[in-house]
Design a protein around this ligand. Structure first.
Ligand SMILES: Cc1ncc(COP(=O)(O)O)c(C=O)c1O
Length: 381
């Protein structure tokens, strides 16, 4: 019996992925972004689910070459795109496992050629273009150099171009995104003018996939929405207000722990480190064996809550490294080892990653992806 565990709903994940695929034109590929341990859900678990028969997933997106290799070792044969940085020492393994790197600088092109020709293989690459995020990607003025390096690299195939939106989740004003789309079109035009045939361009994350069909090109890259969360309130409201299309997203992950101790204290008693909470009445407390080491944000001290027997149990005092203390005075019948829900449903009540994120001053992405990978992930129907 585990003290703390994560449940990953197979049906929710597949339904979300099918819903997203339903937004695409036939022939547009769906990349399932499984970086950061599958957004905290467990890379092995989510990829296992996504590999079921008739899966809507066409390709995978990982951050690290190691994660791509892990998926290959699991027997996955679909295209796997390495979205993060692959350094020179990782190219041998990357090419040997037929991963598709997203190349963000021109220096990598000759190194890829050298290694691919040594292995007598063809490596398919996406070239990432800088359109306004000012993070990764080649600049417009680097196009001639990239084109010339690619012409001298017969073992490297430029499959397509990509970019990433800077300001699409936090706003319902998409003018900055439109500027990026415009710059991206310019990159395409320039590479085509050098004679390249771009078969798979991709720029859309979840928000763009959901809101802007013109960004779909030949592939979209969906992360957070696959896991059942809207990228932001603005994305949700923009979709609901202006769109007749249907999309239902259902959170895939539940995070649970157990009551490790029950304790009655009197009024005027300080709780936890720093004595930041003082009781004002006789109080029953439950100690739960989960803390910030496990990914439960310390900013939830005195503000977060968990669910026990379908009721909210507020956190009292500070979140510790491996423990939290919750108030169960109003929840009758609690016993040692009873389930406490950190994320997910208990009876009619629910705690979502969006709610926890709002309390901790962050976003659902961080709440989910920071759940300690050592916590067991169980697939549930
Ligand atoms: C390059 C790239 N594409 C796609 C995604 C997926 O974004 P989202 O989770 O908003 O769908 C990410 C996530 O950060 C990313 O870095």
């Amino acid at each position: 019996m585990d003290n703390t565990w994560v449940e990953v709903s197979k049906s929710a994940l597949l339904n979300n992925l099918k819903g997203l695929k339903g937004l695409l034109s036939p022939g547009t590929a769906l990349m399932f972004v499984v970086k950061a341990n599958g957004y905290g859900h467990g890379l092995s678990q989510v990829a296992g689910i996504a590999e079921t028969e008739n899966s809507p997933v066409d390709t995978y997106g990982v951050h690290l070459p190691e994660d791509g290799i892990f998926l290959r070792r699991k027997g996955i044969t679909k295209d796997i795109y390495v979205l993060g940085y692959a350094n020179g020492s990782q190219l041998e393994a990357l090419i040997r496992h037929d991963l598709c790197p997203v190349v963000t600088n021109t220096e990598l092109i000759p190194l890829l050629e050298q290694e691919a020709s040594r292995q007598k293989k063809q490596v398919r690459i996406t070239l990432k273009c800088e359109t306004g995020t000012h993070r990764q990607g080649i600049l417009p003025e680097e196009v001639p150099e990239a084109a010339s390096l690619l012409k001298k690299a017969p073992s490297v195939t430029l499959e397509g171009l990509s970019t990433h939106f800077a300001n699409i989740e936090d706003t319902s004003d998409h003018s900055y995104a439109q500027g990026q789309i415009h710059s991206f079109k310019e990159f395409i035009r320039k590479f085509e003018a050098f004679g390249f045939i771009l078969r798979r361009n991709h720029i859309a994350c979840s928000a763009a996939t959901i809101l802007l069909p013109e960004t779909h090109y030949q592939m979209v890259r969906t992360g957070i929405s696959s896991y059942g969360y809207w990228s932001s309130k603005e994305t949700y409201l923009s979709f609901r207000s202006g769109d007749s299309r249907e999309l239902r997203l259902e959170p895939v992950l539940a995070w649970k722990t157990r009551i490790g101790q029950i304790k009655d204290v009197g009024p005027d008693v300080s709780i936890g480190y720093g004595c930041t909470y003082k009781t004002n009445q006789p109080t029953r407390l439950a100690i739960l064996p989960v803390g910030y080491y496990d990914g439960y944000d310390r900013k939830l001290s005195n503000s977060g809550y968990v669910l026990i027997h379908g009721k909210r149990a507020p956190i009292r005092g500070r979140v510790c490294m491996n423990m939290i203390i919750v108030d169960i005075t109003h929840i009758p019948g609690c016993r040692l080892n009873d389930e406490a829900v950190l994320l997910g449903y208990s009876g009619e009540e629910v705690v979502t990653a969006d709610e926890i994120a709002a309390l901790a001053g962050t976003i659902s992405y961080e709440v989910l992806s920071r759940i300690n990978p050592l916590i067991p992930r169980r697939i549930v129907p």
